[in-house]
Design a protein around this ligand. Structure first.
Ligand code: RNT
Ligand code: ZN
Length: 428
């Protein structure tokens, strides 16, 4: 593990050399660091336990179109273990974090409580934890991994009783999100994603979509929940495992739904055709939608939910948001789950890569680029964009980490190794 190059003294020295290089290109690195630290990133709780949830396991459940693979030891097996793991994750991450819970992480004690009956009381340990860490909580109804989701339809089911069950679940969840917001003083983003769809060509593509509109309207029609506390988002996708041909909640469906109902569209980087640019969608959607929710993820050949790395898609997305001055119009959340590697490291790699992309966006010499563009000097714009790639941004990142009191570079690996020996390796 490097120690000389990552000492605070050397990090500051490298930063002192990097700062003027950016300043010459019109970028204030101190301001970029400050802003990059302030963008909240919502950590998905489900990487800690491979998206299993805390309910009593039921045999033979369909996966709901998502799948975590791998058997690396140390998976968190209950809420306390999840929170202990997340304690360490928070220590290793610079900047403002939130926690994103799924409804099936309810803690109901010995008594099973079905999803249509969960209440804020079932999340009191999570709420205490969030208070202790002074972070906000976001929420997701869990419309999958349940006997009533086994045939692949929930809110769009043809069966009225099934539909009602999931409507009641969605409604219960919005009250929980509102409760979090009231207790923590920070609005809770609640993201509705359903797995509904079919493996092969259905004869009726209209019916489920018409029912989904009705069901979502029923979920949202609740005078007891205020938009000031509960920020609803809807997440579309192209396909899932078992819904390869038809996804009821497609992108077109949800962009239109969100606009007409004044809720927030959620864009997950893993949910598009492989060559489609999510970055390019930002400036289009923000003409019509006040806000967007972003799930950073990494699709490898399919919606595989690999750990986020600093790849072109993630960089392009946040550079676009920086160029558009739109950080106050997006909610940033992580969405990946890899059971084949140490899960604490998975969080740290993915969350750091996301914040690095945010920082890189803020270090973009946008003023010069836009001037070159406006002046018709396309060659200059291209040259400057290429130059950006070799600028000493790593020195700025390490400085950001040190300013935030977190380990720079990859030195956090020592903390992970230590925790693995002391805690994770002892879990069966
Ligand atoms: C699934 C969606 C959704 C889930 C989480 C667990 O394709 O991306 O966001 O990953 O709700
Ligand atoms: Zn997602």
């Amino acid at each position: 593990m490097p120690s000389a190059s990552t000492s605070a003294k050397n990090v500051h020295a490298a930063y002192r050399l990097a700062r003027p290089a950016y300043a010459e290109r019109g970028v204030d690195t101190d301001a970029a660091i400050k802003k990059a630290l302030a963008v909240p990133i919502s950590l998905h709780c489900w990487q800690a336990d491979d998206v299993r949830g805390l309910e009593t396991p039921v045999e033979g459940l369909a996966g709901g179109g998502i799948m975590s693979t791998g058997g690396y030891p140390g998976r968190a097996r209950n809420g306390d273990e999840m929170r202990a793991d997340l304690d360490l994750v928070l220590k290793l991450l610079p900047g403002v974090q939130r926690l994103n819970l799924h409804a099936f992480y309810a803690e109901t004690g010995k008594k099973p409580v079905d999803r249509d009956a969960i209440t804020p009381a079932h999340f009191s340990s999570w709420l205490d934890w969030a208070k202790e860490h002074r972070i906000g909580l976001d929420f997701n109804p869990t419309y999958f991994a349940h006997p009533k989701a086994n045939d692949g339809f929930t809110l769009s089911s043809a069966d009225k009783k099934i539909r009602q069950f999931w409507i009641d679940h969605g409604r219960a969840c919005r009250h929980i999100a509102q409760h979090f917001s009231k207790k923590l003083g920070s609005p809770s983003v609640i993201n509705h994603w359903i797995p509904d769809g079919t493996k092969d060509q259905p004869a009726d593509r209209f019916g489920p979509r018409a029912r989904l509109v009705e069901s979502l309207d029923a979920v949202l029609d609740d005078k007891g929940v205020s938009g000031n506390h509960c920020v609803d988002a809807v997440e579309g996708k192209l396909f899932g495992i078992g819904s390869e041909d038809y996804v009821v909640g497609s992108h077109e469906f949800y962009y239109s739904y969100a606009q007409s109902r004044k809720v927030v569209p959620c864009l997950d980087l893993g949910h598009y055709h492989p060559t489609e640019s999510v970055a390019d969608k930002v400036s289009a959607l923000l003409q019509f939608h006040p806000r967007l929710l972003l799930h950073t993820s990494r699709p490898i050949r399919w919606d595989s939910d690999h750990v986020v790395i600093l790849d072109d898609a993630v960089r392009a997305l946040f550079t676009e948001i920086a160029r558009g001055g739109a950080f106050n119009r997006v909610y940033v959340a992580l969405d990946f789950f890899d059971a084949s590697i140490n899960r604490i490291a998975a969080y740290v790699v993915g969350a750091r890569a996301t914040r690095q992309a945010i920082l890189l966006g803020l270090l973009d010499p946008s003023k010069l680029l836009k001037a070159a563009d406006a002046g018709g000097r396309g060659h200059e714009r291209l040259a400057l964009m290429e130059q950006s790639k070799s600028m000493p941004w790593g020195a700025v990142w390490d400085e950001l980490c040190v300013r935030a009191g977190t380990p720079p570079a990859e030195t956090w690996l020592a903390n992970v190794a230590n925790y693995e020996t002391k805690v994770l390796s002892k879990r069966a």
